[in-house]
Write a protein of this length. Sequence first.
Length: 572
Amino acid sequence: MIDGRASGALSRLFAGILVLAAFAGPCFADETAEDKAFKEQMRQMQQQMDELRHEIQGLRKQQAAAAPSGAAAGSVPGTVAGVPAPTPKAGKEASSEPLFEKFLKGFYGTLDVSFDDTTKGINGLTAYNYSLVDPTNPNSGYVQGPAKGVQQIGRLGYMPALSTNKSQIGYRNSHEIGSSDVDFIIQVETQLALTSSPGLKTTYTQQSNVVSGAIGLGDTFVGLQDNTWGKVKFGTTYAPYKKSTDPMNPFSGMLGDYAVIMGNSGGDNRVEFGTRLDHSIWYESPNWRGLVLNALYSPGQNRASNSDNIASGESDCTGGNVPGSGGITPVTCSDGSFSDAVSASLSYTHGPLFLTAAYERHMKVNRSSDITGIYGSGNAASVVLAAQDVADEDAAKIGIQYSLPNKATLSGILESLHRYVPSDLEFQNERQRMGTWFVFSQPLSRVTSIHLGWAHAFRTPGDPGQHNDSFETPPGGVPGTDTTAGAHANNTANLFTTALKYRLSDNLSVYTNWAFTANGPAAHYDLGAGGRAVTTDCHDASDATGGLVASNPHCWTGGRLMGTSLGMVWKF
Protein backbone atom coordinates (compact mmCIF):
# COMPACT_ATOMS: atom_id res chain seq x y z
CA MET A 1 0.00 0.00 0.00
CA ILE A 2 1.08 3.59 -0.63
CA ASP A 3 0.92 5.76 2.51
CA GLY A 4 -0.61 9.25 2.90
CA ARG A 5 2.49 11.02 1.63
CA ALA A 6 2.38 9.08 -1.62
CA SER A 7 -1.38 9.67 -1.92
CA GLY A 8 -0.82 13.38 -1.51
CA ALA A 9 1.88 13.30 -4.13
CA LEU A 10 -0.45 11.47 -6.50
CA SER A 11 -3.15 14.09 -5.88
CA ARG A 12 -0.75 16.85 -6.77
CA LEU A 13 0.34 14.91 -9.83
CA PHE A 14 -3.24 14.52 -11.09
CA ALA A 15 -3.91 18.20 -10.41
CA GLY A 16 -0.85 19.04 -12.47
CA ILE A 17 -2.14 16.89 -15.33
CA LEU A 18 -5.49 18.70 -15.28
CA VAL A 19 -3.81 22.09 -15.34
CA LEU A 20 -1.51 20.93 -18.13
CA ALA A 21 -4.52 19.82 -20.18
CA ALA A 22 -6.16 23.19 -19.66
CA PHE A 23 -3.19 24.91 -21.25
CA ALA A 24 -2.73 22.38 -24.11
CA GLY A 25 -4.93 24.22 -26.58
CA PRO A 26 -3.10 27.58 -26.73
CA CYS A 27 0.21 25.90 -27.61
CA PHE A 28 -1.02 25.34 -31.17
CA ALA A 29 -1.87 29.01 -31.77
CA ASP A 30 0.48 31.70 -33.04
CA GLU A 31 3.54 32.55 -30.97
CA THR A 32 2.11 35.53 -28.96
CA ALA A 33 3.29 36.90 -25.62
CA GLU A 34 0.36 35.16 -23.92
CA ASP A 35 1.34 31.85 -25.56
CA LYS A 36 4.88 32.20 -24.30
CA ALA A 37 3.56 32.68 -20.79
CA PHE A 38 1.41 29.56 -21.16
CA LYS A 39 4.43 27.57 -22.36
CA GLU A 40 6.52 28.74 -19.42
CA GLN A 41 3.79 27.66 -17.00
CA MET A 42 3.59 24.33 -18.76
CA ARG A 43 7.35 23.86 -18.45
CA GLN A 44 7.23 24.60 -14.73
CA MET A 45 4.36 22.18 -14.19
CA GLN A 46 6.20 19.48 -16.14
CA GLN A 47 9.18 19.99 -13.86
CA GLN A 48 6.93 19.68 -10.79
CA MET A 49 5.40 16.50 -12.17
CA ASP A 50 8.85 14.98 -12.67
CA GLU A 51 9.78 15.85 -9.09
CA LEU A 52 6.57 14.24 -7.83
CA ARG A 53 7.31 11.04 -9.75
CA HIS A 54 10.74 10.83 -8.14
CA GLU A 55 9.19 11.45 -4.71
CA ILE A 56 6.70 8.59 -5.21
CA GLN A 57 9.44 6.23 -6.36
CA GLY A 58 11.49 7.13 -3.28
CA LEU A 59 8.56 6.41 -1.00
CA ARG A 60 8.02 3.02 -2.61
CA LYS A 61 11.68 2.12 -2.11
CA GLN A 62 11.46 3.14 1.57
CA GLN A 63 8.43 0.91 2.05
CA ALA A 64 10.19 -2.01 0.38
CA ALA A 65 13.26 -1.57 2.58
CA ALA A 66 11.13 -1.40 5.75
CA ALA A 67 9.22 -4.65 4.97
CA PRO A 68 10.07 -7.63 7.28
CA SER A 69 12.11 -10.45 5.79
CA GLY A 70 9.28 -12.95 6.19
CA ALA A 71 6.53 -10.75 4.76
CA ALA A 72 3.67 -12.41 2.96
CA ALA A 73 3.94 -12.99 -0.74
CA GLY A 74 2.89 -9.92 -2.67
CA SER A 75 3.65 -7.38 0.07
CA VAL A 76 6.77 -6.35 -1.83
CA PRO A 77 6.45 -6.40 -5.62
CA GLY A 78 8.60 -9.08 -7.22
CA THR A 79 9.14 -11.22 -4.08
CA VAL A 80 7.80 -14.48 -2.69
CA ALA A 81 7.52 -15.33 1.03
CA GLY A 82 10.93 -16.35 2.35
CA VAL A 83 12.65 -15.75 -1.04
CA PRO A 84 14.64 -12.54 -1.57
CA ALA A 85 14.12 -10.52 -4.73
CA PRO A 86 16.59 -11.42 -7.52
CA THR A 87 19.69 -9.31 -7.81
CA PRO A 88 19.72 -7.09 -10.91
CA LYS A 89 21.94 -8.42 -13.69
CA ALA A 90 25.39 -6.97 -14.12
CA GLY A 91 25.29 -3.91 -16.30
CA LYS A 92 21.51 -3.55 -15.90
CA GLU A 93 19.52 -1.34 -13.56
CA ALA A 94 16.32 -2.45 -11.93
CA SER A 95 13.46 -0.89 -13.85
CA SER A 96 10.87 1.14 -11.94
CA GLU A 97 8.74 1.49 -15.06
CA PRO A 98 5.16 0.27 -14.50
CA LEU A 99 4.45 -3.05 -16.17
CA PHE A 100 1.54 -1.73 -18.23
CA GLU A 101 3.60 1.16 -19.61
CA LYS A 102 6.37 -1.26 -20.56
CA PHE A 103 3.80 -3.46 -22.31
CA LEU A 104 2.45 -0.56 -24.37
CA LYS A 105 5.93 0.46 -25.46
CA GLY A 106 6.33 -2.92 -27.13
CA PHE A 107 3.94 -2.00 -29.94
CA TYR A 108 5.29 -0.58 -33.19
CA GLY A 109 4.07 -0.15 -36.72
CA THR A 110 4.06 1.59 -40.09
CA LEU A 111 1.02 2.89 -41.97
CA ASP A 112 1.82 3.74 -45.61
CA VAL A 113 -0.87 4.62 -48.15
CA SER A 114 -0.42 6.19 -51.58
CA PHE A 115 -2.44 7.38 -54.53
CA ASP A 116 -0.87 6.07 -57.74
CA ASP A 117 -1.33 6.65 -61.44
CA THR A 118 0.46 4.05 -63.59
CA THR A 119 0.59 2.59 -67.09
CA LYS A 120 1.92 -0.78 -68.23
CA GLY A 121 3.33 0.72 -71.42
CA ILE A 122 2.31 -2.25 -73.58
CA ASN A 123 -0.16 -0.51 -75.88
CA GLY A 124 0.69 -1.25 -79.53
CA LEU A 125 2.95 -4.25 -78.89
CA THR A 126 2.21 -7.04 -81.38
CA ALA A 127 2.86 -10.77 -81.55
CA TYR A 128 4.35 -11.92 -84.88
CA ASN A 129 4.84 -15.16 -86.74
CA TYR A 130 8.47 -16.16 -87.29
CA SER A 131 9.82 -18.64 -89.84
CA LEU A 132 13.19 -20.08 -90.86
CA VAL A 133 15.06 -18.27 -93.61
CA ASP A 134 15.84 -21.72 -95.08
CA PRO A 135 13.19 -24.29 -94.05
CA THR A 136 15.70 -27.10 -94.66
CA ASN A 137 18.35 -25.59 -92.38
CA PRO A 138 17.43 -25.17 -88.68
CA ASN A 139 20.50 -22.93 -88.21
CA SER A 140 19.67 -20.45 -90.96
CA GLY A 141 18.01 -17.94 -88.62
CA TYR A 142 14.51 -16.53 -88.46
CA VAL A 143 12.61 -13.85 -90.28
CA GLN A 144 9.67 -11.93 -88.86
CA GLY A 145 6.43 -12.74 -90.62
CA PRO A 146 2.99 -11.17 -90.52
CA ALA A 147 1.35 -10.17 -87.27
CA LYS A 148 -0.71 -12.86 -85.59
CA GLY A 149 -3.52 -10.39 -85.13
CA VAL A 150 -3.53 -10.69 -81.33
CA GLN A 151 -3.62 -7.40 -79.47
CA GLN A 152 -3.74 -6.44 -75.80
CA ILE A 153 -7.01 -6.59 -73.90
CA GLY A 154 -8.26 -4.10 -71.30
CA ARG A 155 -7.27 -0.63 -70.09
CA LEU A 156 -3.83 0.03 -71.54
CA GLY A 157 -3.35 3.68 -70.59
CA TYR A 158 -2.89 5.23 -67.17
CA MET A 159 -5.04 3.88 -64.35
CA PRO A 160 -5.40 5.52 -60.91
CA ALA A 161 -5.32 3.36 -57.79
CA LEU A 162 -4.93 3.49 -54.01
CA SER A 163 -2.26 1.20 -52.57
CA THR A 164 -1.21 -0.01 -49.12
CA ASN A 165 2.58 -0.06 -49.08
CA LYS A 166 4.60 -2.09 -46.58
CA SER A 167 2.21 -1.36 -43.72
CA GLN A 168 2.41 -3.52 -40.62
CA ILE A 169 1.83 -3.53 -36.90
CA GLY A 170 3.78 -5.58 -34.42
CA TYR A 171 4.68 -6.23 -30.83
CA ARG A 172 8.09 -7.00 -29.35
CA ASN A 173 9.26 -7.58 -25.81
CA SER A 174 11.97 -9.21 -23.73
CA HIS A 175 12.01 -11.22 -20.50
CA GLU A 176 14.97 -11.51 -18.18
CA ILE A 177 15.93 -15.11 -17.42
CA GLY A 178 16.71 -15.19 -13.71
CA SER A 179 19.99 -13.52 -12.79
CA SER A 180 21.73 -14.53 -16.02
CA ASP A 181 22.78 -12.13 -18.75
CA VAL A 182 20.48 -13.84 -21.26
CA ASP A 183 17.04 -12.49 -22.19
CA PHE A 184 14.14 -14.27 -23.85
CA ILE A 185 12.86 -12.14 -26.75
CA ILE A 186 9.70 -12.23 -28.85
CA GLN A 187 8.26 -10.37 -31.82
CA VAL A 188 4.91 -10.86 -33.55
CA GLU A 189 4.09 -8.90 -36.69
CA THR A 190 1.27 -8.72 -39.21
CA GLN A 191 0.63 -6.86 -42.43
CA LEU A 192 -2.18 -4.33 -42.68
CA ALA A 193 -4.64 -3.80 -45.53
CA LEU A 194 -5.65 -0.13 -45.35
CA THR A 195 -7.04 0.40 -48.85
CA SER A 196 -8.63 -3.01 -49.40
CA SER A 197 -10.31 -5.85 -47.54
CA PRO A 198 -7.92 -8.37 -45.99
CA GLY A 199 -8.12 -11.89 -47.35
CA LEU A 200 -6.42 -14.34 -49.66
CA LYS A 201 -3.74 -12.96 -51.97
CA THR A 202 -5.74 -13.26 -55.16
CA THR A 203 -5.37 -11.38 -58.45
CA TYR A 204 -6.51 -12.15 -61.97
CA THR A 205 -3.10 -13.69 -62.69
CA GLN A 206 -2.60 -15.79 -59.55
CA GLN A 207 -4.27 -17.10 -56.42
CA SER A 208 -2.53 -17.64 -53.11
CA ASN A 209 -3.66 -19.34 -49.92
CA VAL A 210 -1.79 -16.85 -47.71
CA VAL A 211 -4.14 -14.55 -45.78
CA SER A 212 -3.02 -10.93 -45.67
CA GLY A 213 -3.53 -9.43 -42.24
CA ALA A 214 -3.12 -12.73 -40.40
CA ILE A 215 -1.05 -12.60 -37.22
CA GLY A 216 2.49 -13.70 -37.98
CA LEU A 217 2.56 -12.51 -41.60
CA GLY A 218 5.74 -10.52 -41.06
CA ASP A 219 9.03 -10.77 -39.15
CA THR A 220 7.85 -13.00 -36.31
CA PHE A 221 10.08 -14.95 -33.94
CA VAL A 222 11.10 -16.07 -30.48
CA GLY A 223 14.72 -16.17 -29.39
CA LEU A 224 17.53 -15.45 -26.94
CA GLN A 225 19.85 -12.46 -26.69
CA ASP A 226 22.94 -11.45 -24.80
CA ASN A 227 25.02 -8.30 -25.09
CA THR A 228 28.21 -10.37 -25.36
CA TRP A 229 27.43 -12.95 -28.05
CA GLY A 230 24.38 -11.52 -29.85
CA LYS A 231 20.96 -12.98 -30.71
CA VAL A 232 19.58 -16.32 -31.88
CA LYS A 233 16.07 -16.29 -33.32
CA PHE A 234 13.55 -18.87 -34.56
CA GLY A 235 10.66 -17.97 -36.85
CA THR A 236 10.00 -16.05 -40.07
CA THR A 237 12.06 -13.10 -41.30
CA TYR A 238 13.44 -11.17 -44.22
CA ALA A 239 16.77 -12.86 -44.84
CA PRO A 240 20.15 -11.24 -44.08
CA TYR A 241 20.77 -10.97 -47.84
CA LYS A 242 17.76 -8.70 -48.29
CA LYS A 243 18.34 -6.67 -45.13
CA SER A 244 22.03 -6.06 -45.84
CA THR A 245 21.36 -3.27 -48.36
CA ASP A 246 18.11 -1.85 -46.94
CA PRO A 247 19.91 1.41 -46.02
CA MET A 248 20.62 1.89 -49.73
CA ASN A 249 16.94 1.76 -50.75
CA PRO A 250 15.20 5.07 -49.94
CA PHE A 251 12.28 3.98 -52.18
CA SER A 252 11.27 1.00 -50.01
CA GLY A 253 7.61 0.20 -50.65
CA MET A 254 7.25 2.96 -53.26
CA LEU A 255 6.87 2.74 -57.00
CA GLY A 256 10.40 2.10 -58.23
CA ASP A 257 11.61 0.21 -55.17
CA TYR A 258 14.98 -1.23 -56.25
CA ALA A 259 13.42 -4.71 -55.82
CA VAL A 260 12.01 -4.24 -59.33
CA ILE A 261 15.47 -5.40 -60.47
CA MET A 262 17.75 -6.08 -57.50
CA GLY A 263 17.34 -9.63 -56.17
CA ASN A 264 14.66 -10.21 -58.81
CA SER A 265 15.78 -13.02 -61.08
CA GLY A 266 12.58 -13.39 -63.10
CA GLY A 267 11.53 -9.82 -63.75
CA ASP A 268 8.10 -10.24 -62.18
CA ASN A 269 6.78 -8.74 -58.95
CA ARG A 270 8.02 -11.81 -57.05
CA VAL A 271 11.49 -10.96 -55.69
CA GLU A 272 13.26 -14.31 -55.29
CA PHE A 273 16.18 -12.95 -53.27
CA GLY A 274 14.20 -10.35 -51.35
CA THR A 275 11.46 -12.46 -49.80
CA ARG A 276 10.83 -13.57 -46.25
CA LEU A 277 12.04 -17.06 -45.38
CA ASP A 278 9.69 -19.14 -43.25
CA HIS A 279 10.67 -21.75 -40.63
CA SER A 280 14.14 -20.24 -40.18
CA ILE A 281 16.91 -20.15 -37.59
CA TRP A 282 19.24 -17.16 -37.65
CA TYR A 283 22.02 -15.45 -35.73
CA GLU A 284 22.66 -11.71 -35.35
CA SER A 285 26.00 -10.68 -33.90
CA PRO A 286 26.67 -7.64 -31.74
CA ASN A 287 28.63 -4.75 -33.20
CA TRP A 288 32.32 -5.67 -33.06
CA ARG A 289 34.08 -2.35 -33.65
CA GLY A 290 31.95 -1.70 -36.71
CA LEU A 291 31.63 -5.30 -37.90
CA VAL A 292 28.22 -7.03 -37.85
CA LEU A 293 27.56 -10.61 -38.99
CA ASN A 294 24.13 -12.16 -39.70
CA ALA A 295 23.55 -15.76 -40.82
CA LEU A 296 20.37 -17.79 -41.48
CA TYR A 297 19.37 -21.36 -42.27
CA SER A 298 15.89 -22.38 -43.42
CA PRO A 299 15.08 -26.10 -43.75
CA GLY A 300 12.92 -26.64 -46.81
CA GLN A 301 10.53 -29.09 -45.11
CA ASN A 302 9.68 -30.45 -48.57
CA ARG A 303 9.12 -34.21 -48.92
CA ALA A 304 9.51 -34.07 -52.72
CA SER A 305 13.05 -34.58 -54.00
CA ASN A 306 12.40 -31.96 -56.71
CA SER A 307 10.69 -29.42 -54.38
CA ASP A 308 7.37 -29.58 -56.23
CA ASN A 309 5.32 -30.22 -53.08
CA ILE A 310 4.08 -27.61 -50.64
CA ALA A 311 6.49 -27.52 -47.70
CA SER A 312 5.31 -29.14 -44.47
CA GLY A 313 3.43 -26.62 -42.35
CA GLU A 314 2.95 -24.12 -45.19
CA SER A 315 -0.11 -22.98 -47.15
CA ASP A 316 1.74 -22.06 -50.37
CA CYS A 317 4.78 -23.13 -52.34
CA THR A 318 8.17 -21.79 -51.28
CA GLY A 319 9.55 -18.59 -52.72
CA GLY A 320 6.30 -16.71 -53.18
CA ASN A 321 4.94 -18.83 -56.04
CA VAL A 322 1.65 -20.70 -55.71
CA PRO A 323 0.50 -24.16 -56.76
CA GLY A 324 -0.26 -24.12 -60.46
CA SER A 325 1.32 -20.74 -61.22
CA GLY A 326 3.41 -22.41 -63.90
CA GLY A 327 0.32 -23.63 -65.74
CA ILE A 328 1.17 -27.33 -65.30
CA THR A 329 -1.55 -29.96 -64.85
CA PRO A 330 -1.75 -31.65 -62.41
CA VAL A 331 -1.10 -28.67 -60.15
CA THR A 332 2.40 -28.64 -58.64
CA CYS A 333 4.99 -26.24 -57.16
CA SER A 334 6.99 -26.01 -60.39
CA ASP A 335 7.46 -22.26 -60.87
CA GLY A 336 10.32 -21.50 -58.49
CA SER A 337 9.66 -23.52 -55.36
CA PHE A 338 12.86 -24.50 -53.53
CA SER A 339 14.02 -26.66 -50.63
CA ASP A 340 16.65 -25.57 -48.07
CA ALA A 341 17.97 -22.01 -48.04
CA VAL A 342 20.98 -20.28 -46.48
CA SER A 343 21.65 -16.56 -46.25
CA ALA A 344 24.43 -14.45 -44.69
CA SER A 345 25.72 -10.89 -44.61
CA LEU A 346 28.74 -9.06 -43.22
CA SER A 347 28.83 -5.28 -42.82
CA TYR A 348 31.39 -2.74 -41.66
CA THR A 349 30.74 0.85 -40.57
CA HIS A 350 33.46 3.40 -39.99
CA GLY A 351 32.46 7.04 -39.74
CA PRO A 352 30.77 8.07 -42.99
CA LEU A 353 31.62 4.76 -44.72
CA PHE A 354 29.34 1.71 -44.83
CA LEU A 355 30.39 -1.52 -46.58
CA THR A 356 28.42 -4.75 -46.89
CA ALA A 357 28.67 -8.13 -48.61
CA ALA A 358 25.94 -10.77 -48.72
CA TYR A 359 25.22 -14.23 -50.11
CA GLU A 360 22.09 -16.41 -50.38
CA ARG A 361 21.48 -19.84 -51.89
CA HIS A 362 18.24 -21.72 -52.64
CA MET A 363 18.55 -25.48 -53.12
CA LYS A 364 16.69 -27.56 -55.73
CA VAL A 365 14.72 -24.73 -57.30
CA ASN A 366 12.01 -26.27 -59.51
CA ARG A 367 11.40 -24.37 -62.76
CA SER A 368 10.13 -27.26 -64.89
CA SER A 369 7.05 -25.22 -65.85
CA ASP A 370 9.33 -23.13 -68.09
CA ILE A 371 10.10 -26.25 -70.12
CA THR A 372 6.46 -27.26 -70.36
CA GLY A 373 5.57 -23.74 -71.49
CA ILE A 374 8.10 -23.99 -74.34
CA TYR A 375 7.44 -27.55 -75.59
CA GLY A 376 3.96 -28.33 -74.36
CA SER A 377 3.30 -31.62 -72.61
CA GLY A 378 3.55 -34.01 -75.55
CA ASN A 379 7.13 -33.42 -76.71
CA ALA A 380 9.73 -36.05 -75.83
CA ALA A 381 12.37 -33.39 -75.21
CA SER A 382 10.10 -31.83 -72.61
CA VAL A 383 10.25 -34.90 -70.38
CA VAL A 384 14.05 -35.01 -70.32
CA LEU A 385 14.65 -31.27 -69.92
CA ALA A 386 11.93 -30.75 -67.32
CA ALA A 387 13.59 -33.31 -65.07
CA GLN A 388 16.89 -31.39 -65.41
CA ASP A 389 15.31 -28.00 -64.68
CA VAL A 390 15.60 -28.46 -60.91
CA ALA A 391 18.81 -26.75 -59.82
CA ASP A 392 20.37 -24.56 -57.15
CA GLU A 393 20.24 -20.78 -57.49
CA ASP A 394 22.31 -18.25 -55.58
CA ALA A 395 22.88 -14.50 -55.32
CA ALA A 396 25.88 -12.49 -54.16
CA LYS A 397 26.31 -8.74 -53.83
CA ILE A 398 28.55 -6.06 -52.45
CA GLY A 399 27.39 -2.59 -51.48
CA ILE A 400 29.02 0.67 -50.48
CA GLN A 401 27.54 3.85 -49.04
CA TYR A 402 29.35 7.08 -48.21
CA SER A 403 27.99 10.15 -46.42
CA LEU A 404 29.39 13.45 -47.62
CA PRO A 405 30.05 16.45 -45.31
CA ASN A 406 26.90 18.16 -46.64
CA LYS A 407 24.87 15.10 -45.43
CA ALA A 408 24.32 13.81 -48.96
CA THR A 409 24.82 10.06 -49.42
CA LEU A 410 26.07 8.07 -52.41
CA SER A 411 25.31 4.34 -52.62
CA GLY A 412 26.09 1.58 -55.09
CA ILE A 413 25.43 -2.17 -55.34
CA LEU A 414 26.87 -4.82 -57.65
CA GLU A 415 24.91 -8.07 -57.72
CA SER A 416 25.40 -11.45 -59.38
CA LEU A 417 22.58 -13.99 -59.79
CA HIS A 418 23.36 -17.55 -60.89
CA ARG A 419 21.41 -20.70 -61.77
CA TYR A 420 23.35 -23.97 -61.92
CA VAL A 421 21.74 -25.79 -64.85
CA PRO A 422 23.47 -28.07 -67.42
CA SER A 423 24.56 -26.62 -70.75
CA ASP A 424 21.58 -28.03 -72.66
CA LEU A 425 19.29 -25.76 -70.60
CA GLU A 426 21.26 -22.54 -71.05
CA PHE A 427 19.05 -21.51 -73.99
CA GLN A 428 16.18 -20.80 -71.52
CA ASN A 429 18.18 -19.67 -68.46
CA GLU A 430 16.83 -16.21 -67.63
CA ARG A 431 17.76 -16.53 -63.94
CA GLN A 432 21.47 -15.76 -64.32
CA ARG A 433 22.69 -12.20 -64.77
CA MET A 434 24.43 -9.19 -63.26
CA GLY A 435 22.65 -6.18 -61.79
CA THR A 436 23.68 -2.73 -60.55
CA TRP A 437 22.06 -0.04 -58.43
CA PHE A 438 23.14 3.56 -57.82
CA VAL A 439 21.34 6.08 -55.62
CA PHE A 440 21.95 9.67 -54.53
CA SER A 441 20.16 11.21 -51.53
CA GLN A 442 20.39 14.87 -50.54
CA PRO A 443 18.68 16.71 -47.67
CA LEU A 444 17.27 20.00 -48.93
CA SER A 445 16.33 21.27 -45.48
CA ARG A 446 15.80 19.96 -41.98
CA VAL A 447 12.56 18.26 -43.08
CA THR A 448 12.89 17.81 -46.86
CA SER A 449 15.04 15.42 -48.90
CA ILE A 450 15.37 14.32 -52.53
CA HIS A 451 16.43 10.89 -53.83
CA LEU A 452 17.51 9.71 -57.29
CA GLY A 453 18.01 6.05 -58.22
CA TRP A 454 19.01 3.94 -61.26
CA ALA A 455 19.11 0.15 -61.57
CA HIS A 456 20.26 -1.90 -64.57
CA ALA A 457 19.59 -5.57 -65.34
CA PHE A 458 22.15 -7.10 -67.69
CA ARG A 459 21.41 -9.74 -70.35
CA THR A 460 20.93 -13.39 -69.33
CA PRO A 461 22.38 -16.52 -71.06
CA GLY A 462 18.93 -17.49 -72.35
CA ASP A 463 15.23 -16.78 -72.17
CA PRO A 464 12.22 -19.14 -72.17
CA GLY A 465 10.15 -16.54 -74.01
CA GLN A 466 6.98 -14.69 -73.10
CA HIS A 467 4.53 -15.04 -75.96
CA ASN A 468 5.20 -12.09 -78.25
CA ASP A 469 9.01 -12.45 -78.11
CA SER A 470 9.14 -16.23 -78.75
CA PHE A 471 10.45 -17.08 -82.22
CA GLU A 472 13.37 -19.53 -81.96
CA THR A 473 12.94 -23.30 -82.07
CA PRO A 474 14.40 -24.84 -78.88
CA PRO A 475 16.74 -27.86 -78.97
CA GLY A 476 14.74 -30.90 -80.04
CA GLY A 477 11.66 -28.77 -80.67
CA VAL A 478 9.27 -28.71 -83.61
CA PRO A 479 9.73 -25.63 -85.87
CA GLY A 480 6.67 -23.43 -85.82
CA THR A 481 5.21 -25.23 -82.79
CA ASP A 482 7.79 -25.11 -80.01
CA THR A 483 9.24 -21.62 -79.57
CA THR A 484 11.47 -19.74 -77.17
CA ALA A 485 13.17 -16.35 -77.01
CA GLY A 486 16.47 -18.23 -76.92
CA ALA A 487 20.05 -17.32 -76.15
CA HIS A 488 20.16 -14.09 -78.15
CA ALA A 489 17.16 -12.32 -76.63
CA ASN A 490 17.67 -8.73 -75.50
CA ASN A 491 16.16 -8.88 -72.02
CA THR A 492 18.07 -6.02 -70.45
CA ALA A 493 16.19 -3.36 -68.50
CA ASN A 494 16.67 -0.03 -66.73
CA LEU A 495 14.80 1.38 -63.74
CA PHE A 496 14.76 5.10 -62.99
CA THR A 497 13.26 6.42 -59.75
CA THR A 498 12.96 9.80 -58.04
CA ALA A 499 11.33 10.76 -54.74
CA LEU A 500 10.76 13.92 -52.72
CA LYS A 501 10.07 13.40 -49.01
CA TYR A 502 8.75 15.94 -46.50
CA ARG A 503 8.67 15.22 -42.77
CA LEU A 504 5.68 16.77 -41.01
CA SER A 505 6.77 15.49 -37.58
CA ASP A 506 9.03 12.87 -36.06
CA ASN A 507 6.47 10.18 -36.94
CA LEU A 508 4.57 11.53 -39.94
CA SER A 509 5.85 12.25 -43.45
CA VAL A 510 4.54 12.65 -46.98
CA TYR A 511 6.24 11.83 -50.27
CA THR A 512 5.82 12.00 -53.99
CA ASN A 513 7.74 9.91 -56.47
CA TRP A 514 8.04 8.94 -60.13
CA ALA A 515 9.34 5.67 -61.56
CA PHE A 516 10.00 4.29 -65.03
CA THR A 517 10.91 0.74 -66.07
CA ALA A 518 12.35 0.61 -69.60
CA ASN A 519 12.39 -3.02 -70.77
CA GLY A 520 14.38 -4.43 -73.65
CA PRO A 521 12.36 -6.21 -76.39
CA ALA A 522 12.37 -9.53 -74.51
CA ALA A 523 12.33 -8.22 -70.92
CA HIS A 524 9.34 -8.05 -68.60
CA TYR A 525 10.49 -6.30 -65.42
CA ASP A 526 7.56 -4.76 -63.60
CA LEU A 527 6.82 -1.70 -61.48
CA GLY A 528 5.80 -2.00 -57.86
CA ALA A 529 7.74 -5.04 -56.65
CA GLY A 530 8.89 -5.01 -53.05
CA GLY A 531 5.82 -5.03 -50.83
CA ARG A 532 3.07 -2.98 -52.48
CA ALA A 533 -0.58 -4.01 -52.55
CA VAL A 534 -1.05 -2.60 -56.07
CA THR A 535 1.57 -3.64 -58.63
CA THR A 536 1.92 -2.96 -62.34
CA ASP A 537 3.12 -5.87 -64.48
CA CYS A 538 3.38 -7.12 -68.06
CA HIS A 539 -0.02 -8.85 -68.26
CA ASP A 540 -3.02 -7.56 -70.12
CA ALA A 541 -6.54 -7.97 -68.77
CA SER A 542 -8.69 -11.07 -68.87
CA ASP A 543 -10.14 -13.60 -66.46
CA ALA A 544 -8.83 -16.56 -68.45
CA THR A 545 -5.43 -18.22 -68.07
CA GLY A 546 -3.20 -20.15 -70.42
CA GLY A 547 0.22 -20.40 -71.99
CA LEU A 548 -0.49 -19.72 -75.69
CA VAL A 549 -0.40 -16.33 -77.36
CA ALA A 550 -4.10 -16.59 -78.16
CA SER A 551 -5.04 -16.96 -74.48
CA ASN A 552 -5.22 -14.25 -71.86
CA PRO A 553 -3.96 -12.80 -69.70
CA HIS A 554 -0.46 -13.09 -71.06
CA CYS A 555 2.74 -11.18 -70.58
CA TRP A 556 3.82 -8.69 -73.24
CA THR A 557 7.57 -8.14 -73.18
CA GLY A 558 9.18 -4.83 -74.03
CA GLY A 559 6.78 -2.77 -71.92
CA ARG A 560 7.72 0.72 -70.76
CA LEU A 561 6.00 0.95 -67.41
CA MET A 562 5.66 4.36 -65.78
CA GLY A 563 3.90 5.81 -62.77
CA THR A 564 3.65 8.62 -60.25
CA SER A 565 2.65 8.36 -56.62
CA LEU A 566 1.64 10.59 -53.71
CA GLY A 567 1.80 8.97 -50.30
CA MET A 568 1.75 9.43 -46.55
CA VAL A 569 3.63 7.39 -43.91
CA TRP A 570 3.12 7.26 -40.15
CA LYS A 571 5.53 5.29 -37.97
CA PHE A 572 5.27 4.61 -34.27
